[in-house]
Design a protein around this ligand. Structure first.
Ligand SMILES: [Cu+2]
Length: 231
């Protein structure tokens, strides 16, 4: 926890420093504060959409959406929305997928040709490595394109990546999925801007953290093991 706090503090200080020297508008990566650009675009390190920062946004009252990293997330924010899994089965998002579990959640869409195949392949290796190391984890891939990603499509996608049991693909009514995305702070207007982050949580201890979704599977499993060990 101390390490995490230190990290968040460092992040906060870094972004403050960046803002203090800003002459006009700047765009920074939520995950890589050292990436600063004068133009909108994507982070060359992780592909995340850069977030606009101006001096006025450095004021104590934050109006613009800020990266999650320095806000505390809690299971209480997760809606128990009615969603569908890749088998077309109706689930309650919180009680069926999160409650009492250690979870890793990513955000994908099946027609994505950019980062999603790599995110999913990484998740697959995370699943295998977690099993090898005896880390009990529920993997959840939430579609950011529920209108196109029917359960059938997700089933196909899931089969293509040879996912194992304990990995649920989630779609459903757009409003319901949006409520889930909003709760996690990852809702975007354009699906192509979806976050490459993986959220990691232990619901029982209400411990939440996040990691870049293309980190090494071993690193992701380390975080999962750490989360799972929190009582
Ligand atoms: Cu994608």
């Amino acid at each position: 926890m101390k390490i995490l706090l230190g990290f968040f503090l460092a992040l906060a200080l870094l972004s403050e420093a960046g803002i203090a020297h800003a002459q006009t508008v700047r765009y920074t990566c939520p995950m890589h504060p050292d990436v600063v650009s004068s133009k909108p675009g994507r982070c060359p390190k992780c592909g995340m959409t850069l977030i606009r920062k101006t001096k006025s946004q450095a004021a104590p009252v934050k109006a613009a959406p800020e990266p999650e990293a320095n806000t505390s997330f809690s299971s209480t924010k997760i809606p128990n929305a009615e969603v569908l899994d890749q088998n077309g089965k109706q689930l309650n998002f919180y009680t069926d997928l999160i409650k009492g579990k250690t979870v890793a959640i990513n955000f994908v869409f099946t027609t994505c040709t950019a980062i999603c195949p790599s995110l999913t392949a990484t998740f697959r290796r995370v699943q295998q490595e977690a099993a090898t190391r005896g880390v009990d984890v529920q993997l959840i891939s939430v579609s950011v394109d529920p209108g196109v990603d029917t359960p059938e499509r997700l089933q196909e996608y899931s089969a293509k990546f040879k996912t194992g049991p304990g990995w649920t693909f989630v779609t459903g009514d757009k409003a319901k999925i949006d409520s889930v995305l909003q709760a996690f702070g990852v809702a975007v207007a354009n699906k192509n801007d979806h976050t490459p982050m993986v959220l990691i949580g232990n619901d029982t201890s209400d411990y939440w953290t996040r990691i870049y979704g293309l980190s090494s599977p071993a690193k992701i499993v380390d975080l999962l093991a750490g989360a799972a060990s929190r009582k």
